[in-house]
Design a protein around this ligand. Sequence first.
Ligand SMILES: O=C(O)[C@@H](CO)OP(=O)(O)O
Length: 334
Amino acid sequence: MAGAISHHALASTQSYRWSAQSSRFGKRTGNVRWVHEGSRCSGGRKLGFVCTSGSQQPSVVEPFQLPSDGNSDHTPKKSSESALILIRHGESLWNEKNLFTGCVDVPLTPKGVEEAIEAGKRICNIPIDMIYTSSLIRAQMTAMLAMMQHRRKKIPIIMHNESEQAHRWSQIYSEETKKQSIPVITAWQLNERMYGELQGLNKQETADRFGNEQVHEWRRSYDIPPPNGESLEMCAERAAAYFKEQIVPQLVAGKHVMVAAHGNSLRSIIMHLDKLTSQEVISLELSTGIPMLYIFKEGKFIRRGSPVGPSEASVYAYTRTLAKYRQKLDSMVS
Ligand SMILES: O=C(O)[C@@H](CO)OP(=O)(O)O
């Protein structure tokens, strides 16, 4: 079980000068603010999370209906609040080898499996009605493993809508069984940013060859793509757009949603949620397997940091809706 998280921000400021090299990716100069929120006692790892509170007016669109979507634990209302959990997948075999991964479909390591299970313990008291994952196995494994820890014990079921036949052949014919299911929507738009010709290269060797600053620019800048790959800006055009078009309507309808995705697809979504500038997003780092909670209420996203675990009391303090849900879970157990 992960230890307690300190919720006060440990902020430090560090200047960073972009390399003045001439490359086809251009020259940049700027400053970077590094902000860390909380550290995990178990892993000693920093969760980089820029501390800006922001609001977001969602585009109001009707939520699409899912086949197994009926009878969730609450009655969705347009005015209600909902929980949004974002989680980067656990450590993958290429994270372990320090290789650029991008859209290469690599599974989790045993440590990544553990991280996903720990993440599941942290969110086991938070309601989840729908899950969105990328089409990559590391995000899907993370979502499934995390859900195995959830106290409600609903079963996550992947929706197969890639063809009419796949949809028809995966129907469930029991309303009761549907009630005990959570639909899992997979979307390629949530995939990791495509890393182009860096995919499969060792990160340290690439830095040794091209220089730390060039590689940092490829990895963390907003609008500079790696060779033949996607910049964060290009990734946002599909990932943040998918979030706005498909996921926000579900939140508006009162659904509690978990999104399991990747370092950079989630950075683009958090940039949107927290209204980060293209300079601020440079310092946004997400650790593997750390869930992050937002409350969506009255058209605004309120960032609540990372839930600590099942025994912590703070879930009661998040919102009344979440407190009631936790009480319901407690009464089901006792
Ligand atoms: O290799 C990748 O796909 C990503 C995430 O692991 O790396 P980076 O840390 O550069 O975003």
